[in-house]
Design a protein around this ligand. Sequence first.
Ligand SMILES: Cc1cc2nc3c(=O)[nH]c(=O)nc-3n(C[C@H](O)[C@H](O)[C@H](O)COP(=O)(O)OP(=O)(O)OC[C@H]3O[C@@H](n4cnc5c(N)ncnc54)[C@H](O)[C@@H]3O)c2cc1C
Length: 486
Amino acid sequence: MLQRALRLRLGPYLSGRGLGTYRGGSTLDWDGKVSEIKKKIQSIFPGGAWSPLYDTSHLPPERSDVVIVGGGVLGLSVAYWLKRLEKQRGAIRVLVVERDHTYAQASTVLSVGGIRQQFSLPENVQLSLFSAEFLRNINEYLAVVDDPPLDLQFNPSGYLLLASEEGAAIMESNVKMQRKEGAKVCLMSPEQLQKKFPWISTEGVALASYGLENEGWFDPWCLLQGLRRKLQSMGVLFCQGEVTRFISSSSHMETGSGEQVTLKRIHEVHVKMDRSQEFQPVECAIVVNAAGAWSGQIAELAGVGNGPPGTMQGTRLPVEPRKRYVYLWHCPQGPGLEAPLVADPSGAYFRREGLGNNYLGGCSPTEEEEPDPGNLEVDYDFFQEKVWPRLAQRVPAFETLKVRSAWAGYYDYNTFDQNGVVGPHPLVVNMYFATGFSGHGLQQAPAVGRAVAEMVLEGHFQTINLSPFLFSRFYFGEKAQEHCIL
Ligand SMILES: Cc1cc2nc3c(=O)[nH]c(=O)nc-3n(C[C@H](O)[C@H](O)[C@H](O)COP(=O)(O)OP(=O)(O)OC[C@H]3O[C@@H](n4cnc5c(N)ncnc54)[C@H](O)[C@@H]3O)c2cc1C
């Protein structure tokens, strides 16, 4: 409370701090002012080493044009593109609120870092093509003067998707669409497959598709840190705290079909500071919900879904945490350096990890097998019973593998159509979404960040038309179903 009271009394100085950062994108002028004020106070109260000014660098500003909830790869990408596309340098103040700067549970750092072009929806192919270009030129996009270049540890390698008789026709039409969008993907018969990858058993495989360009895997932590470093140089503000509440105003209107709806506008975001019971209010014009697996909860806080069932008001954001295991194993007899990322029709997948005969992989559980998302403990029996038999059937050499370690992470799982949610909410008019990518959000973050920034700044998508990914589809029941989910 004392801290808040002081903040109120020192309001003019603190807003001076805000303006300093606002104009120049740097906190140097503020630091200078603080030491000037401290000197002045000490000269008025001689002998007093007591300093009434708290170090407020950990506090969020009182105002920010945009508040981004979640400092994972999607939140940071939105921040990057907002600053990059702003009309005048320093025109927009952007604050990223992240509750855990160690990212212990964030999907971004617990992912397996893959990028592919092989999706069933053209929008997803376009997003990944854009991101591939971004990653290839990362040191042009994220260069910071006097800092060393980033090394994403990019490992170029095609994804090898296998289809059974049942899935072959769909695979063929997917590949046709992917090529039309500009992706380089080839189809292989079981005979061709056997010739190129002699360690694979082609039993039950009718067709395979293999990426020839723009696919592989990289270090997600490096991308996250590269974005963060760049954002700091662009004047984006960061704050460690948890968004716990939104203060909004409401107005009522009637739709063309006679439905009464309440429009909401968020004015203030409450940020609960780390290891404190206090919260700091931040006035804002726009809120971006980039809270990953927790974005459903953030939407609820803003009143999304808080209305009668079957109405737009009662339509919730269908994104929830789903626990996924990644197992790491050693197998000297395994496929070796030539192994691409292989996705089996059974749902199991694996790829090489490093150069020492190590591999990683897993398998998404069925709805009935979904583990409790309450913690990130690993179930080793799941590997034994569900993953290993499938791997060994596809690659007989994996009979001899030995599991070395494992981890679990959360998919930001969209239960409606396993696809991203991008753009504004129709009723909470200043909340924008960048979430719900259900296992492919890392690779699409560079493009999605740009799409959200375009929506915020221009009111429409410019680079890639992501209208099928708008929130309103949940109300209208229009699925943008992505079938190629690993
Ligand atoms: C095992 C696994 C493998 C994957 N493999 C791939 C892959 O190969 N390729 C790919 O493209 N994608 C992959 N993904 C998916 C990808 O990791 C996610 O789609 C993507 O990282 C989502 O990014 P995000 O920024 O939305 O989420 P996150 O990285 O989870 O960031 C969200 C952040 O919001 C913060 N937050 C939540 N609530 C609040 C709050 N109230 N206040 C403040 N902060 C809050 C959280 O602390 C978190 O840091 C994988 C995911 C998993 C789990």
